[in-house]
Design a protein around this ligand. Structure first.
Ligand code: HEM
Length: 155
């Protein structure tokens, strides 16, 4: 594209970037809206799924009822924050990884299992609200969150 016309290639690239950002947000939002509309509480579904894969982790919880919703919501927030490249996500991840050191040894593969349990639950609960775009967008932030957790664990 010529530089002597509007839009300038730089602006054009920026617009494409913005459009992609909007699409990613819509793709991430659609399953959440579908779940909200169906009035499904995903919290117990996430934990059931997580404990099927990691039954030994159940013993770490003193008060699962109190922590479960906060765990799911904070993970969702971090993933949505990552989709927006929000500056605070890294701090949030460092903080919750540090907090969890008090709960026993939780390896990166266990965190990854929790993130997977959440993503799979979203897919199952969203029904028609889940699309190939949703799968790609959620898989991308899941991979980035796992990487960030791994980094925080290594600190
Ligand atoms: C992946 C992201 C995760 C996030 C964002 C997260 C977040 C949280 C939050 C916000 C709390 C509540 C703290 C409070 O209010 O006192 C909590 C508690 C807890 N989390 Fe997580 N968590 C995550 C993963 C995990 C994993 C993989 C485990 C593995 C077992 C785990 C085990 C616990 C335990 C044992 C508690 C204390 C609750 C109790 O004693 O019953 N968390 N977590």
């Amino acid at each position: 594209m010529s530089r002597n016309r509007f839009p300038h290639p730089r602006i054009w690239d920026k617009c494409i970037g913005m459009r992609q950002a909007i699409d990613v947000q819509a793709a991430m939002e659609a399953p959440l809206l579908a779940i909200a509309q169906a009035d499904i509480d995903i919290v117990p579904l996430v934990f059931d799924r997580f404990f099927v894969s990691f039954p030994d982790e159940r013993a770490k919880f003193m008060n699962l009822e109190a922590a479960a919703g906060r765990m799911v919501n904070e993970t969702l927030e971090a993933m949505i924050g990552l989709a927006e490249d929000a500056w605070w996500v890294e701090t949030t991840v460092t903080n919750f990884v540090d907090l969890h050191r008090d709960y026993g040894a939780i390896g990166v593969e266990v965190y990854a299992g929790f993130v997977d349990a959440l993503t799979e639950t979203l897919q199952e609960a969203a029904g028609d609200g889940w699309s190939a775009d949703s799968a790609a967008a959620w898989a991308d932030v899941a991979a980035r969150l796992k990487g960030m957790i791994g980094g925080a664990l290594d600190e």
